[in-house]
Ligand binder design. Sequence first.
Ligand SMILES: Cc1cc2nc3c(=O)[nH]c(=O)nc-3n(C[C@H](O)[C@H](O)[C@H](O)COP(=O)(O)OP(=O)(O)OC[C@H]3O[C@@H](n4cnc5c(N)ncnc54)[C@H](O)[C@@H]3O)c2cc1C
Length: 509
Amino acid sequence: MQKPDILIVGAGINGLVAANYLQKNGCNVTMMDRSRRVGGACVSEDMNYGNISQSYALGASVLGLMQDFVFEETGLAHKLETFVPSHPKLIHFPNDPIVTRIHRDPKDLDIELAKKWGEKGDVEGFRHDEGRIIKFLQRGYREACPPTLEAARSELGEVLTDLWIKGDAKTLLDHYFTSERSKMYMAMTVSESGPVSLEDPYSAFTLPVMDSGSIFDGYYGHVKGGIWKVTEALSHINHELGVKTHLSSQVIEVDSKKGRVLFTRDGKENHVNFDYLIMGTDPLTAHKLVGNEADIKSAKEKKYLGSSGKLNMMFKNPIQWKDATNLSDTDAAFRFIFGVETLEEFENATLKVTDPNFHYVPGYMQIYCEGGAQRQMQNHETYDRLAVFFKNFALSEKGDELPHIEEEAKQKVLEYVNNPEDCIWTRLLTPRDLQSLFYFPGGNLDHTMLTGGQTYFDRNFSSDPENYFYRFGDKENVYLCGAGTYPCGSVAGTPGYMCSQQLLKVIDK
Ligand SMILES: Cc1cc2nc3c(=O)[nH]c(=O)nc-3n(C[C@H](O)[C@H](O)[C@H](O)COP(=O)(O)OP(=O)(O)OC[C@H]3O[C@@H](n4cnc5c(N)ncnc54)[C@H](O)[C@@H]3O)c2cc1C
């Protein structure tokens, strides 16, 4: 039988993972990306200072949601070195000089939360029940079997399904925790994708999803060199397998009936034919290229808004943290700084960005110590670097239009550092920047918001999701596997993997 020609539009992590599995399983894969490099939102940029250039993560920074089998089976595990801090995460609340340590050991954590935050709830019950949901989700990933509520009910029971999948995050958190701070710490996950209310249906589900990576057993870690090595290495592996990649090639028209794509490269128009097309892009781009007017209209009605900003920072000497411990990986610990005191303030700040009068409202900062992690992997770079992922931004302004917010955020981080004078460079990116840099429709890391109607079995664009979850509309030869599809965005490639398995089944029939 002749090998089917598969064209994948979008060489981000999802397109790359799909290409890897399809090429290895007898397909003839070609990838096309409008950008001049592979990686999508998982790429580096260079900072130049004192005649020295140093790379940093422009988009994604940390790895954690990938499945271990994807890491192994794609060949990435043999190409990359990784490091996961075992140091407790360090949490700071406003006007509170005492740091809280999120220990890995459950007993130590229970004692810490009780002591520092007055937590009296069922922390162990939360861990146990979340573990059950995660197991259920991970089996679905491996079997490339998208979820149904019936399957969830039959495996987890009505109570857990209602609480953890269909329910809202507020009810879930109130069920297990008593302290505002525990709830806020957990609630960060819910609003990562955008201004999602803790009372939104299905918002509880984001918690187990975001903890369902198996590469580091639910934890997050770093890649030697930087996370962009994941997409670079996967592209090299794919090339060796025979995948052809065309960069600086923007697809401008798709004729699914004829199996033909029109694209531009170097200002010239060209055609390429396909048996199957996979859109590894955001859903709006896919609809504009492949859908009819009604499809485009309904795609435009989806919720896309993201509210995450990112501040990259460089230091001329290693950062000296005021909260450092004597553990060997203390300068690689994950750090979190809250700008709000109560859950109500947290919720108000999260939702404020939908008000056109606000450009930025402080919520929380997640600090990824990239330089410190590199040193743990014996990668000694000239400048120390931090990636600070923080909330809450509207879609209105670009980072360089908000110098006062960049300065405010920088000073907030430097409050926790003993050598602030060593900070030599910063760069702020807002959702507006993410929209233009990475073509994210609403500046959202997940391409779309993880909100009611856009999670779980709703996170697809198929006219027959029960049988063909990743199929695009009713088109038998077009699939969609970008971050807007189940389970979500991140440098994981789970939608790319699941989509490839579904397509292979169709091809084998
Ligand atoms: C600032 C930021 C921080 C993040 N932090 C993390 C993190 O720490 N950890 C984590 O796991 N995830 C993180 N994420 C999320 C993660 O990076 C994304 O969810 C993921 O990379 C999306 O991958 P994808 O393959 O679905 O899509 P993308 O990476 O968006 O790839 C889509 C590709 O399609 C191409 N394309 C679009 N239209 C066309 C066209 N017409 N023709 C040809 N090509 C086209 C684009 O050029 C792009 O390369 C972050 C994202 C950002 C922006």
